[in-house]
Design a protein around this ligand. Structure first.
Ligand code: SF4
Length: 311
């Protein structure tokens, strides 16, 4: 632990929507160290997946910086970008959609090795078999096709493929949301095991705090493109400060001792966000100032940041 592998600085992504702008990501900053897991949580439309796409340089930012392994992602040379694409991999929500349906499991997992011209055929086959063993996919599936496997097995294959190039950072975008609860636990346990074995860093994106809390060392709560609370896992779970974080925790059955907070309505449109604190229409603690003034993310004690006029 210790080495910072990812720094995100005041990252913004606005989309033009006629005369208005959709502020999908609006000034997000965080860092991630080797071996850590940052859980990015928020409802659908909070901007979590856009942050992932920006980090991976799949879309250009409106402004802000991303540094991977100390290098500015948006100013990388082609060679640096190629290396970055080896070191950072993404796993998506729907494993079936992310695998090539007409390729066998063995070929799917070995595809990144082939694309990056790594090893001969024999060597690649051995590496694929090792990866299948690592993620718990029986070798008898080597020549099967994705549709012949269960959702959980398909996600294991997708994880094996993501690991083929020995990345340092995995971005996991809702990787268990489409799976049954019992399978979710198995995949989360696998991810934890892999992290310990390989000192991987994770950005784990989910709308469900129960999933995030299981795997994260740090939790960042997003609402309408902004971070509203950011702290080590224990602080978020034991002392959630933002009313939105408290409301999300209400959905987590094991957190029985927290007082109930009522979360009204749906997340507003990011094209026309509410004035002042964007959470104010749904917040039972709102004060007159909340409608008028945007709360800034500020530090309260060590490592605990919150954007709320209550503090
Ligand atoms: Fe609620 Fe006001 Fe805090 Fe926003 S700033 S979360 S409206 S108390």
């Amino acid at each position: 632990m210790g080495e910072i592998i990812l720094t995100v600085k005041d990252l913004k992504k606005y989309f033009d929507m006629g005369r208005k702008k959709l502020k999908a990501v609006d000034g997000v900053s965080f860092t991630l160290k080797k071996g850590e897991s940052l859980g990015l949580v928020g409802e659908s439309g909070s901007g979590k997946s856009t942050v992932a796409r920006l980090i991976l340089k799949l879309i250009p930012p409106t402004s802000g910086e991303v540094y991977l392994f100390g290098k500015p992602v948006f100013k990388m040379s082609k060679a640096e970008e190629k290396m970055m694409r080896r070191k950072v991999q993404i796993v998506f929500q729907n494993p079936y959609m992310s695998l090539f349906p007409h390729l066998t499991i063995g070929t799917n997992i070995g595809e990144p090795l082939r694309i990056h011209n790594i090893g001969g055929e024999k060597e690649r086959r051995k590496r694929v078999m090792d990866l299948m063993e690592l993620v718990g996919v029986p070798l008898e599936y080597f020549n099967s096709f994705p549709h012949e496997l269960s959702g959980g097995q398909q996600q294991r294959v997708a994880i094996a493929r993501a690991l083929a190039l020995e990345p340092s950072l995995l971005i996991l975008d809702e990787p268990v949301s489409s799976l049954d609860v019992s399978i979710q636990v198995q995949i989360l346990n696998l991810l934890k095991e892999l992290q310990n074995k390989k000192q991987l860093s994770y950005i784990f994106i989910a709308h469900d705090l129960a999933v995030i809390e299981y795997i994260s060392t740090t939790i960042a709560v997003m609402y309408l493109g902004k971070l509203v609370e950011y702290a080590p896992r224990e602080l978020i779970l034991d002392k959630p400060l933002h009313p939105y974080t408290q409301a999300l925790l209400e959905a987590v059955p094991v957190i029985g001792h927290l007082k109930r907070v009522y979360l009204e309505g749906e997340i507003p449109s990011p094209i026309d966000p509410p004035s002042g604190c964007p959470f104010h229409p749904r917040c039972k603690y709102r004060k007159p100032v909340c409608k008028e003034k945007k709360p800034e993310l500020k530090g309260l004690g060590e490592n605990h940041f919150v954007a709320c006029h209550l503090y």
